[in-house]
Structure formats: C-alpha cells, structure tokens
Design a protein around this ligand. Structure first.
Ligand code: KG4
Ligand code: ZN
Length: 350
C-alpha cells in the first residue's frame, strides 16, 4: 500500500510517501519533505495564521512535486491519500486537507482524515523494526503534554495531561520572556547546554501528587519573579550571558524532571515495558538521554523517533493514515477539518 500524507496544521508544509512492506510491519519511508515557515513567523514572535495559510497554498504544490520525485513515484500509483484534519489552525489545515481530498477525488482513491496528535503518538513506530505494539505514550509537543496507554490503533486511554501549558508551550513562553527567538524550545535548549541547572531552583509542580497530570504554567511566573532579582531593569538583555544560560538550564531541567517522574510513575502503574516518546519537545537531547537512561534502568524499551520525525512532518500523517487504512477506516470526502479535533478512540481512565 502506497500512502501519500500531507501535513499543514501549523507552520510546516509537509508531504511524505510511505509504502507498507509485505514481509515487515515497518513501512518504508520513500520521502518526507518539509518546508518550514519558521523564519517567516519568527519576526512576529509566533505563528500568524493568515500568513501560514497563504504560504501553505504556495508551498504545497512545490513540496508535493518534490516528495513524489524523491520517492520516484507518480501520483497515479498512490493507493491512499491522508491529511491532517486537526487540531491546528483552521485556515492552515484547510490547505493540506483540501489538496488531499482533491487528489483522492481525481485519482478515485480513498482518503483518510488524520488527527495530528495521533500522528505524533504513533510516529515512533515508523522506524521500529517490530512495528506498533501496546505501549505507554508520552506526547510532548507545542500544544499537548499527554500520557496515554495505547493498546492499538484507536484504543487509547488518557492517563494524564497538562492542566495548563504544554511542555513545548512552557519552553516557548519562557523564551519569549527572555526575548529569545521563536520557537523557544531549541533556543533554551542551546543555551541550557552551557548552563548550570542547579543555580536556580525552579518549581516542579504536582511532582509528588498521586495523579499523572502535569502543570507547567508556574515556570513562567517563577522566571518572571527571578528576572528583577538579577538585573535592576528586569530586562533579559542586561543579564550576563552565563546567567541567561543558567536560567535556561534550570528551566529545561525542571521540565525534564517532571516529565520523567510522571512517565516512570505511569510505567509502574500500567506495567508497560515499551515507552514511545513523540512531539517537538522530544528532540531535546537532554530529555532523550535522561529518559533513555531511566528506561534502561527500569528494563523498559524506549522508542524515540529520529529528530526529523519529532517536530511536525507528514511521514507521521501518512503512517497513521496507513494504519487506519489497513483497518478499512477511511473518511468521507466531506469530513470537515476541526481546529479542536478530539482523538477518536480516546478513553479517560476514571
Ligand atoms: O510537535 P511540534 O513540532 O508542534 C506541535 O504539534 O505543537 O512541537 C513544537 C514544540 C515547540 O513548542 C518547540 O519549542 C518545541 O516543540 N521544541 C523543543 C525543541 N525543539 C522543538 N523543545 C525543547 N527542546 C528542543 N530542542
Ligand atoms: Zn505537532
């Protein structure tokens, strides 16, 4: 089965072609092309939906052609067209979604509307030789921080989530406060490498509470109160470079400590021996190293996608589309996009 996936929910225009293999549960990624709009939105300090949408519509045909060329396939060979239907920016979603539907209609092939979150969640298994198995999923993206018990496609139980800011959002908001460029995660990460994580002790909320929820909004406030104590002006540009790096290291470690603590608790509770980590924050090298070390000690297999599959990409959309198509789960062409799309099959554990 040859699947073409399109992702356009935020500021990346992406197209990928994945082919299922007869003798392996692992698909072949024939191409995964991403055109990022980050430099464009950086000057505004965040994503401007109207600009994102306009740029998707000019970038998509180019990205589509390149993905087909790299895969060495023609659009007539595609068996299934998949695209992100939400959550995301509605005007941005519409571009990729309408293109995928139009291609499916013209080619007379089925269409699958994919939940962006499900794409992230399942993405670690694209590169796992044994394919998808029941596991604990930690999703850490710009919009979501979730712990999910995954038994299979559409068999999800939500164990915990952030009650306020997502982990990526916390990185981005603290970075904004420090007047670092958008997106903040990689900027904080870069400076944290030169910093001392022990110099500032930032809060680790809900760490010792019994539930598996997260809260990251207190970090912003902690940094906000720390700044005036360090410079009379409160202006982050007046901070010595080392102090800035120490703040970044402290913030990064506070986020990592909470993520790891709750993840280990969820692993103990569910008994899962496989942990999959996904979403943009999972390309944070310190988080990856520390998580892998904890998993090694706990005898748990850590499944982490390569960095190219952690931030928004279309391979994850094609993969989720492929798994759904293999279950005969296609979507009618009048399926709407939904900026707040809920994950089908997600139960909440009481
Ligand atoms: O998954 P993603 O590309 O988009 C969403 O679906 O939200 O995640 C983007 C998030 C942003 O908040 C960004 O700051 C964060 O991932 N991020 C990082 C790193 N690279 C990206 N956070 C921490 N460390 C990084 N190296
Ligand atoms: Zn995403």
């Amino acid at each position: 089965m040859l699947v073409l996936g399109i992702e356009s929910s935020c500021d990346e225009t992406a197209v990928a072609l994945l082919e299922s293999c007869a003798d392996s549960p692992q698909p072949r990624v024939l191409s995964s092309v991403i055109s990022t709009q980050i430099p464009l939105h950086r000057m505004y300090g965040g994503v401007i939906p109207e600009l994102a949408s306009r740029n998707h519509s000019t970038n998509l045909p180019v990205v589509l052609r390149e993905a087909l060329e790299q895969a060495g396939r023609s659009v007539h060979e595609v068996d299934v067209f998949a695209s992100t239907a939400g959550p995301g920016l509605v005007a941005a979603l519409l571009v990729g979604n309408t293109a995928a539907k139009a291609l499916a209609l013209a080619a007379g092939k089925p269409f699958v509307a994919v939940n962006h979150l499900e794409g992230h969640m399942l993405s670690p298994f694209i590169t796992r030789a044994g394919g998808l198995v029941p596991h604990l999923s930690l999703v850490v993206s710009g919009g979501h921080t979730l712990l999910v018990d995954v038994q299979g496609v559409s068999d999800y139980t939500l164990l915990g989530r952030s009650v306020d800011d997502a982990a990526g959002e916390a990185f981005d908001k603290v970075a904004k406060m420090l007047d670092l460029p958008y997106p903040g995660g990689p900027e904080i990460d870069k400076r944290a490498e030169q910093g001392d994580p022990a110099r500032f002790s930032f809060p680790r909320p809900m760490l010792h509470e019994d539930h598996l929820n997260f809260s990251f909004s207190g970090l912003k406030t902690a940094v906000l109160y720390t700044l005036p104590r360090l410079t009379a002006s409160g202006n982050p540009h007046d901070l010595p470079e080392q102090t800035l790096c120490d703040i970044c290291a402290g913030v990064r470690q506070a986020i990592i400590d909470v993520l790891i603590h709750k993840t280990l608790k969820a692993l103990r509770r569910t008994g899962h021996k496989v942990l999959a980590v996904s979403g943009g924050v999972s390309c944070n090298a310190a988080l990856r190293t520390q998580l892998m070390e904890c998993c090694r000690r706990a005898g748990v297999e850590a499944v982490l996608p390569p960095n190219s599959l952690t931030t928004d990409n279309a391979a994850m959309i094609a993969y989720a589309g492929m798994l759904r198509a293999q279950h005969g789960d296609f979507s009618p062409l009048d399926t709407p996009v939904d900026p707040n799309l809920k994950l089908a099959g997600m139960q909440t554990r009481a």
